[in-house]
Design a protein around this ligand. Structure first.
Ligand code: SF4
Ligand code: SF4
Length: 167
């Protein structure tokens, strides 16, 4: 006969810290640089041009992407030099998370910062970097580059899909 009390003690409570994935065991501020970088899902929605209504601050997404974006990988074409090459590129850090109200609802940093978990299609959950594309949550295949659209016509390219997300 086994000692049932010992066996039970070995099973972690599903609500305990130890049972949570590592990204729920610490805050964004507590993450190492590699951990922080691994949180990004590479949706590239933040690389879409946005329009802000001056009267009420509403942010509208367009389907026009930064010219530096790599269409195949959905990642920045020159991450190290992006702030020099694209002065408008906002660098996401632990210090400006509170100001990033314009980030898409699916942004992994925004989700964790607001106390939510990562969605089921996130690569840290699935173990597959392509799962975001398969879930239709990245911008791959549905954007145009800035250089192809006159800025006066950006309003015509406003879209809703960057603000939608599947869990
Ligand atoms: S510079 Fe890179 S990270 Fe910044 S908006 Fe352009 S593609 Fe995205
Ligand atoms: S929206 Fe967030 S998760 Fe998506 S690419 Fe930008 S920083 Fe990464």
């Amino acid at each position: 006969m086994t000692d049932q009390s010992d066996t039970k003690a070995d099973i972690p409570d599903e609500n305990s810290e130890a049972a949570k994935p590592w990204w729920k065991q610490k805050s964004l501020a507590e993450m190492s640089r590699p951990e922080w970088e691994s949180i990004c899902d590479h949706c590239a929605k933040c690389c879409l041009n946005k329009l802000e209504d001056d009267s009420d601050g509403t942010v509208y997404y367009t389907d026009i992407a930064c010219d530096l974006l790599n269409a195949k990988t959905c990642q920045c074409g020159d991450y190290a030099n992006r702030e020099t090459l694209v002065p408008d590129c906002v660098r996401l850090t632990m210090d400006n998370l509170d100001d990033l109200y314009w980030m898409p609802p699916s942004c992994a940093y925004r989700l964790l910062h607001e106390g939510n978990d990562l969605p089921e299609w996130h690569h840290l959950v699935t173990g597959d970097k392509d799962s975001i594309h398969q879930a239709g949550e990245s911008i791959t295949g549905r954007f145009v580059y800035s250089k192809t659209i006159d800025e006066n016509n950006w309003e015509e390219r406003i879209v809703e899909w960057p603000l939608e997300m599947k869990r």
